[in-house]
Design a protein around this ligand. Structure first.
Ligand SMILES: Cc1ncc(COP(=O)(O)O)c(C=O)c1O
Length: 403
């Protein structure tokens, strides 16, 4: 029977890692994998997390099961960062949550809870992180896509407006809270204000994916959209990842939050999250979430984490500014990269240019033209820009960054 399982296409980013690893050139540059890197090219464990792990090792005296909701101390400690210290729905007891295995697990639960609630159609701007569509397809739901941004590299508000206007009642809409993956093109506060109103007027269920809080403009600024939408609607789902902003990628740390119109409706909704978790992974892995909780419950460790996050954000901004300062390269305009946010931007290379920059210069980036900004360092950015100049002047390129 198992021969009925047809060969699935390899994950293209994982295939890219292998190609990069096999390339013997010492000057090769990896802009594919979506992890933060320091100017030395490392992805180190945060000092605050190391200290918390040490404490955890010394004080944890049981590894008995916690239950499908995981570490609720972690889930609660994160809430002021996500929803704000003075959140009205939190104060009203309308928001509850549970731990999940990373942002992916949180999204899986959010999509599955929405589906259980009767949602069959999910609206989403594209391009998006590929797993959004994969989770949706795996649950048998219909995805209605619209262009997230225009070829000029700005948010395509017209597409968003017309898609919401045409949406049938009872649908959900997935929105990236900040640091849009892969374009880096985020909604402005004014655009979020409008979006919140449109979603509320249409009665859509918002699913907000907040996977990079603190890597864009700042912890508070990056939560503007989530908080604004939650203020406008009666119900919402928020999928949160700590994997990037605490650097705990492989420990799989995330949480899913549910907001209901009334506090009394929360236990029933959350019980569905618990049942779905039980049937999928029973309970989430504990270690990373426990370490994040220890950081958030300790003022000195919190300070250390915030400082480390500030350094991360400052470096991302500095690389973005250097790329933007390079201006036009052949047919490609790099200036919009300076105003985009987070780890990613898209360079509108043609497939031939992506192949050429890899073959001639050992620069590895996704087939979509997505680059990991943090893969660039003071040591390799000049070589990268020279490589961009080489491939864009020798082949015809489209016009601007961010499509
Ligand atoms: C937009 C977006 N959402 C969610 C995730 C999931 O993150 P995690 O690694 O915590 O599962 C990612 C990871 O790359 C992402 O880019």
């Amino acid at each position: 029977m198992l021969t009925n399982l047809a060969q699935q296409p390899a994950d293209t980013l994982l295939a890219l890692i292998k190609l990069y690893n096999d390339d013997p050139r010492p000057t090769k540059i990896d802009l594919g994998v979506g992890v933060y890197r320091t100017d030395q090219g490392d992805t180190p464990v945060f000092g605050a997390i190391k200290a918390a792990e040490k404490r955890l090792l010394e004080t944890q005296n049981s590894k008995a099961y916690l239950g499908p909701e995981g570490d609720m101390g972690f889930v609660h400690a994160l809430m002021p960062y996500v929803f704000g210290k003075n959140s009205a729905p939190v104060a009203a007891g309308r928001i509850g949550g549970m731990q999940a295995p990373g942002g992916t697990g949180a999204l899986r639960l959010a999509f599955a809870m929405a589906r259980r609630a009767g949602v069959r159609r999910f609206l989403m701007g594209t391009p998006s992180w590929p797993n959004h569509a994969q989770i949706c397809a795996d649950l048998g739901s219909e995805l209605i896509s619209f262009p997230h941004s225009t070829p000029a590299g700005v948010v395509d508000m017209d597409a968003l407006r017309s898609t919401i206007a045409a949406a049938a009642p009872g649908g959900a809409i997935l929105l990236h809270g900040c640091c849009h993956n892969p374009t880096g093109i985020d909604y402005s506060p004014a655009q979020w204000d409008e979006i919140a109103g449109l979603i509320a007027a249409k009665g859509l269920l918002p699913i907000l994916d907040l996977a990079y809080q603190g890597l864009g403009e700042g912890l508070e600024e990056d939560a503007y959209g989530v908080r604004r939408v939650l203020d406008a609607v009666p119900e919402a789902l928020v999928a949160y990842s700590c994997d990037k902003n605490f650097g705990v990628y492989r420990d799989r740390v995330g949480a899913v939050y549910v907001m209901m119109a009334e506090a009394g409706q929360l236990p029933a909704a959350l019980s569905n999250g618990a049942a779905l978790a039980r049937a999928n992974w029973s309970m989430p892995p504990d270690h990373g979430a426990a370490a994040v909780r220890i950081v958030l419950e300790d003022a000195a460790l919190t300070r250390q984490w915030l400082d480390e996050l500030d350094q991360m954000r400052a470096r991302i901004h500095q690389v973005r500014a250097s790329l933007a300062a390079a201006g036009h390269m052949g047919g490609v305009d790099l200036t919009p990269i300076g105003t985009q946010n987070g780890l990613f931007s898209i360079i509108p290379f043609t497939p031939a240019q992506i192949a050429a920059i890899r073959a001639r210069h050992g620069v590895y980036l996704a087939g979509s033209g997505r680059i990991n900004i943090a893969g660039l360092t003071q040591g390799n950015i000049a070589a990268f820009l020279a490589a961009v100049a080489d491939v864009t002047t020798q082949t015809t390129a489209p016009t601007s960054v961010g499509a």
